[in-house]
Design a protein around this ligand. Structure first.
Ligand code: ME8
Length: 636
């Protein structure tokens, strides 16, 4: 991450629905990224906002018996308020109905019109009001919109068009010359895929006779522009294109990055770069594309109440926990599934247990055995350097991960560090050292290491768990967080330490989970099974297997097809772990399998064996080996 200036935008959300889980997920990712960049000391500017024109808004307002402006004011207010409540640190909030935006859209249109890139023509095509765009014959599925699964409307009218086709070759060349322009790579490939077909010119206007709620074209007041020509321009109108200081600093100097969901890849990956190029404006630096949240296996849709319900879990379990779950559970670029059960599982395992317990134990021990003050470090032994080395490693991994917007990887790296510190507490056993006055110097060294680890955790988790990070920093007397202060040894002996008893209280699933979520748990079979003689157990042949390849079983949410090596034998095992593991991430891993099961057919695939995994409250963990042994090794 060489660039020390960073301008990040989220999509501007349609005001035809109130903020929901999907919007929150995207805005939280943007916020975590910008908090991280500020922590690095980078000049950071974070923009979000609302997209307020279009047929749908006008229709919804008419239905509600209010003016479109009254409707958009209310919903834009709800978005602003939601982000304030969630602690989102956006620097500005752009609304497409603002005069500052309208002026830039009109100037942009005029520029393209003057350059001959906007022309008047007739077009007939299948239009989806949900997406606010025409679909080509190839894209239409069963006569319906592939996204909304609703009927399309055939519209034929005279309109203004942007000569997008003219820029097809240029865009292909740009993508080829700049492999990191769209990431993750699958989306770059998807855009290159769109560009294999001839690019159509883009209809950018609607006649005023049909629609009033948009920005009038500067060269024909009988037409309004809206949809993408209106919405995309927010990214530069908000920062004062063409002459504003922010525009020059953030955009013209090449520091802009967009964060979007995969649903709006084409407008951002094709329309926007060609629009910018045609207007002689430099391109954005990078487009970062995230996947979709699904609920109960189905695509999350705005019209479904469950997205709203899911969002209410923020208040039930706390904003930090909600943020953590969304950032930890989604592999950037891929879809992820949301369930209250998995949420509570993560909250208990990662937050209450790994993090909360550690902070509580460490602060309590410094209070009880160190008189509430950081002792002198003494001389660090090998056990102590394991902790400082692990911290440096975690900091490097977090930086690498954040370069790719891979929040899940950044958090996994921090949790590895927490694991090291947790094991350090267990192995150094300060409670035993405290009993022996001769071991005082060793006890001090251990307590110092713990205090220093807490200070580091209070910095490292700031982008992801800002409230908890603040509490930890307050408890160890640390000031404003900066990555530059992560270097080992920053905490000053004598600093007063406060106890932090319960950062994340454990959730008792039985009491708290909604009834549907509880029903899915594996707790039902928890009654202890009858005891068996050892001979019975010996009938089960457990072996180490190496995963050679993995893929999702088509049409199945749960199943992965794994190709594994057991000794010299290669076989297929179908495992119900697809909701917990990406198949590619398993390749090369050594796991434990039941090797002598009778073959079984699952979704038409013959499975020869079973993969062993532990599960608890929605979290699933594959059994692995503590030391490396060859595939085929017997497990007993
Ligand atoms: O498309 N999972 O606005 P929009 C994850 N106004 N993210 C989701 C999601 C889900 N199920 N549902 C929505 C628009 N999102 C246009 C954008 S930009 C110039 C104009 C997130 O209200 C995701 O980031 O439909 C997606 O791209 C965005 O909300 C779309 O929000």
């Amino acid at each position: 991450m060489a660039d020390r200036t960073f301008y990040l935008t989220t999509p501007i959300y349609y005001v035809n629905s109130r903020p929901h889980l999907g919007h929150a997920g995207a805005t939280i990712m943007g916020d975590a990224m910008c908090r991280y960049r500020r922590l690095r000391g980078d000049r950071t500017y974070f923009l979000t906002g609302t997209d307020e024109h279009g047929d749908k808004i006008a229709q919804a307002a008419a239905k509600a018996g209010v003016t479109p402006q009254a409707l958009v004011d209310e919903i834009a207010g709800a978005f602003r308020e939601t982000w304030r409540r969630l602690g989102i640190t956006n620097d500005d909030f752009i609304r497409t109905t603002e005069p500052r935006h309208r002026a830039v859209v009109q100037a942009f249109l005029q520029k393209l019109h003057d350059a001959g890139d906007i022309y008047f023509g007739e077009y007939g095509g299948w239009y989806c009001y949900g997406c606010e765009r025409f679909y080509t014959e190839k894209e239409i599925v069963d006569g319906k919109c592939p996204d909304h699964q609703t009927a399309l409307t055939f519209i034929k009218e005279k309109n203004y068009f942007f000569r997008m086709s003219k820029y097809q070759d240029w865009l292909i060349k740009h993508l080829e010359a700049n492999p990191g322009f769209i990431q993750p790579e699958r989306y770059r490939n998807e855009v290159l895929g769109f560009l294999r077909e001839p690019l159509q010119d883009l209809s950018i206007s609607r006649p005023k006779s049909r629609l009033q709620w948009g920005i009038p074209l500067p060269f024909d007041d009988q037409y309004v522009t809206y949809v993408w020509f209106d919405a995309l321009i927010n990214y530069i109108s908000a920062i004062g294109y063409p002459d504003g200081a922010l525009y020059k600093e953030l955009w013209a100097a090449g520091h802009a990055e967009h964060l979007i969901g995969k649903d709006i890849l084409k407008p951002h990956g094709v329309y926007w770069p060609t629009m910018l190029h045609a207007a002689g404006i430099p391109l954005y630096r990078r487009l970062n594309v995230h996947g979709y949240w699904t609920i109960g296996g189905g695509k999350m849709s705005k019209s479904i109440g469950n997205v709203v319900e899911a969002f209410q879990l923020t208040d039930k379990y706390g904003h930090d926990a909600f943020r953590y779950f969304l950032l930890r559970e989604m592999t950037f670029g891929l879809d992820a599934s949301f369930s209250e059960e998995a949420f509570v599982g993560r909250l208990n395992a990662d937050l209450a247990n790994d993090l909360g317990n550690l902070v509580s134990r460490a602060t309590t021990m410094i209070v009880n055995f160190g008189g509430g003050r950081v002792p002198p470090p003494g001389s660090a032994g090998a056990e102590d350097t394991v902790v400082s080395t692990a911290l440096a490693q975690a900091a490097r991994s977090v930086d690498d991960a954040m370069e790719d917007f891979a929040f899940q990887r950044a958090l996994a790296a921090i949790w590895e560090f927490l694991g090291v510190v947790n094991r350090y507490v267990d192995s150094s056993a300060p409670w035993t050292l405290a009993k022996d006055p001769a071991k005082r110097a060793r006890l001090d060294a251990v307590l110092y290491t713990l205090a220093e680890s807490l200070r580091a955790i209070g910095i490292l988790i700031e982008p992801f768990l800002p409230d908890a990070a603040g509490k930890i920093r307050a408890a160890v007397g640390a000031g404003a967080p900066r990555l530059a202060d992560l270097g080992w040894g920053g905490i000053v002996p004598g600093t007063s330490i406060q106890r932090v008893p319960a950062l994340f209280p454990r959730i008792e699933a039985e009491k708290s989970l909604s009834p549907e979520a509880r029903g899915q748990g594996e707790g039902k079979a928890a009654a202890s099974p009858a005891r068996i003689p050892i001979d019975e157990f010996r009938k089960v042949e457990l072996r180490v297997a190496e995963v050679l390849a993995g893929e999702r079983v088509p049409k199945s949410k749960k199943l992965l097809k794994l190709t594994v090596k057991v000794g010299e034998e290669v076989r297929t095992i179908v495992a119900g772990i697809a909701e917990h593991y990406e198949p590619e991430a398993l390749v090369g891993r050594k796991i434990v399998v039941v090797a002598n099961l009778e073959p079984a057919k699952l979704m038409g695939i013959e499975s020869n064996g079973m993969v062993l995994a532990a599960s608890h409250e929605g979290t699933l963990a594959l059994l692995s080996l503590e030391k490396d042994l060859p595939p085929g090794s017997k497990v007993s």
